[in-house]
Design a binder for this molecule. Structure first.
Ligand code: CP
Length: 302
């Protein structure tokens, strides 16, 4: 039976640990994996812009011996031309997997139901699972182990936060989500993460007080500017300025490293100096997007 990757919600700790181990193995010895996807074609469909996800999938698939066909949305949402389920069923006639970046998670659910091949979430409104794999791989490389680590997400509760919470809970990593009032993560996803964490011993917490990030090993920043949000920049700055990840925040919390999924807005949600400093894990995260995704492809397709 085909397996999709839409959220990671239903993955076990063992399966996720194995996925990270496979990503590390592929990264360490790419030449031993350069034919794993030989003869396989992956359709990658993007309703929204991308740099990292698009390029890392394309080059990553090539490095595994496979072939990627890139489809942009051409004229807005997919459903404008034909139903999402028809798009997915057609793509599955030719492709061995579908990678999709979509506006709505519901589109991925329709893809999953209609396609006879694996569907991989390359970001939707609720989740960014491929990003979370790269991020926890980066933490594992940096600390040697994920044991007893605490990650503090600081900023706007969003799809990246949701995936960091779910995957962190499954892997036993403590995650605290620090967001302004009114910008919290989806509470049903937060509660699910807490429930998962009961089995793994992870501490999953949230707060609107930046002091809640004190003691975290790593701070994680992301954009305050959600795509399509019409809120004036000055209003956003007024709300989010106390949550800016900079040297002062690093000193307050005692964090050793900073992460950001990118694209980053220098000197808005994160200081440019911090991005360029030796505390920055940003480029390691970006590189690991490819290795994490390659491990996902190998797991789902072979
Ligand atoms: N982090 C991330 O998904 O980057 P892109 O939007 O450039 O793909």
């Amino acid at each position: 039976m085909k397996q999709d990757l839409l959220t990671f919600k239903d993955w076990s700790s063992e399966a996720l640990t194995d996925l990270l181990a496979l990503a590390a193995k592929i990264k360490a010895a790419p030449e031993q994996h350069n034919q794993v996807l030989a003869g396989k074609s992956i359709a990658a469909l993007f309703e929204k812009p991308s740099l990292r996800t698009r390029v890392s999938f394309d080059i990553g698939i090539n490095k595994l011996g496979g072939h990627m066909v890139y489809l942009d949305s051409q004229a807005g949402k997919l459903a404008g031309r034909e139903d999402a389920k028809d798009t997915a069923a057609n793509l599955a006639c030719w492709a061995d997997a579908i990678v999709a970046r979509v506006y709505s998670h519901d589109t991925l659910v329709q893809f999953s139901q209609a396609a006879k091949v694996p569907v991989i979430n390359a970001l939707c409104d609720l989740y960014h699972p491929c990003q979370a794999v790269a991020d926890y791989l980066t933490l594992q490389e940096t600390y040697g182990s994920l044991d007893k680590l605490t990650l503090a997400y600081v900023g706007d509760g969003n799809n990246v936060t949701h995936s960091l919470l779910i995957v962190g809970a499954i892997l036993g990593v403590n995650v605290v989500s620090v967001t302004p009032e009114g910008y919290e993560v989806d509470q049903s996803i937060f509660e699910l993460s807490q429930k998962i964490a009961q089995k793994t011993g992870a501490k999953i917490t949230q707060s609107s007080d930046v002091n809640a990030a004190k003691g975290a090993n790593v701070l994680y920043a992301d954009t305050w500017l959600s795509m399509g949000d019409e809120t004036p920049l000055e209003d956003i700055k007024r709300i989010f300025d106390p949550y800016k990840v900079d040297e002062a925040m690093m000193a307050l919390t005692g964090a050793e490293y900073v992460m950001h999924c990118q694209p980053a807005h220098r000197d808005l949600e994160i200081s440019g100096d911090l991005i360029d400093s030796d505390k920055s894990l940003l480029m390691q995260q970006a590189e690991n997007r490819m290795h994490g995704q390659n491990a996902i492809l190998v797991t789902l397709l072979t």
